[in-house]
Each structure stands twice: as C-alpha cells, then as structure tokens.
Design a protein around this ligand. Structure first.
Ligand code: HEM
Length: 173
C-alpha cells in the first residue's frame, strides 16, 4: 500500500470502491426514486386540496387516498437505501458533510411519519370517502389532511436543493 493510499484510507475510512457504472446506476435510482416521491406528494396534495375547493369531489378523492400509502413507502425507502449507498461509495460519506447528514435525518423522519401517522390517516380518509359516497355522513364531517403534502413536499424540495448545491461545510474530516 502506498503512502497516498494509506493517507486517503485514513481520511476517507468508509468509502467503498465500486465501478463507475455502479455509482451511476445508484445515482439514477436515487434521483428517480426521490423524483417519484415528490410526484406522489404532489398527487397527495391534489387529492387533499381539490375537495377543499370543490366539495363534490371529496368522496372520490378520499377513496383514492389510501392507494398512495405503499407507493410513498417504496419511494421513500428506495431513496433512503440508494442515498445511503451513494454516501458510502462516494467521497461525500454519510455524516461527513452536513448536507448529506441533514438529508439522512429528513429521509428517516419522513418515512417514520408516513408509516406511523400518514398511513392510518389515509386509511381513515378512505373510510370517510366510502361513508360520504354512501350518504352516511355530511361532507362537513370529513377531516382535512392538508399538512402532510405541505410538510413532505417542502422538506423534499429543500433536500433536492441541498443535493444540487452541495454546500461547503463538514461535520467530520
Ligand atoms: C430526503 C430525500 C432526498 C432527496 C430529495 C435527495 C435528492 C438528491 C438529488 C436530486 C441528488 C442528485 C444531485 C446531483 O447529482 O447534482 C442527490 C445526490 C446525492 N444524495 Fe440524495 N436525496 C435524498 C436523500 C438522501 C440520503 C438519505 C442520502 C444519504 C444518507 C443521500 C445522499 C446523497 C449523495 C451522497 C449524493 C451525491 C451523489 C454523487 O454526486 O455522486 N441522499 N440526492
């Protein structure tokens, strides 16, 4: 092992060497999964906000909402796994640069929110949609889910901007 290799291994301890084609594939999976995640959040926003402006759409939109749960989970987990893999195989690391560390926290928090809060909320929305379509409840009793699409889309757009800008500043050498 040469002195340069030793110095680089000490400075860059978790970098896993992989072929360029594998890194490119990982980056493609990462960008496509995060773009899909943002698209699903936009769909979530449409299904939530259209009924607020057009109440006659509430029953249809709310019955569609539960269908978004698994696509959101899959896109979020794929984004996380491909992002962690990219961190390990590139010079960026996982917790070396603050823009990557912030994305790691944001990604984990968003997945937890989808699994623990949004999932049950979407299932309940589906029930409200069915009850509304059957004429069992008035539209005024339907809860509004406007926070999840706003919070998630904002966080993902900020994460995208951080990824593109890649601001200077390290947490660790
Ligand atoms: C929160 C959701 C996330 C979004 C929206 C997101 C978005 C992106 C985008 C758009 C890029 C491409 C930037 C470019 O090529 O100019 C990127 C690259 C990258 N992401 Fe993410 N990401 C997310 C989560 C993560 C996570 C959890 C990690 C790792 C812990 C991560 C690590 C990376 C790394 C290391 C790169 C740079 C790869 C390279 O340039 O070789 N990302 N991300």
């Amino acid at each position: 092992m040469t002195a340069v290799t030793v110095t680089r291994a000490v400075r860059d301890p978790i970098r896993v060497p992989v072929p360029k084609a594998a890194r490119t594939t990982l980056l493609t999976v990462h960008i496509v999964s995060t773009a899909t995640w943002i698209g699903l959040d936009v769909a979530l926003g449409l299904l939530v906000f259209v009924p607020m402006a057009q109440p006659e759409w509430t029953a249809v939109c709310y019955q569609v909402l539960p269908l978004l749960f698994w696509p959101l989970m899959v896109a979020g987990v794929l984004s996380l796994l491909s992002g962690v893999a990219l961190g390990l195989v590139t010079r960026w690391g996982l917790v070396r640069h603050w823009w990557v560390a912030i994305k790691l926290v944001v990604n984990l928090v968003l997945i937890a929110l989808v699994a623990l809060l949004l999932g049950p909320g979407l299932a309940a929305a589906g029930e409200f949609g069915r009850a509304l379509a059957a004429g069992e409840i008035p539209v005024s009793e339907v809860p509004r889910l406007f926070m999840p699409p706003i919070v998630s889309t904002t966080a993902l757009v900020v994460a995208t901007a951080l990824s593109v800008v890649k601001p200077r500043g390290r947490l660790r050498r």
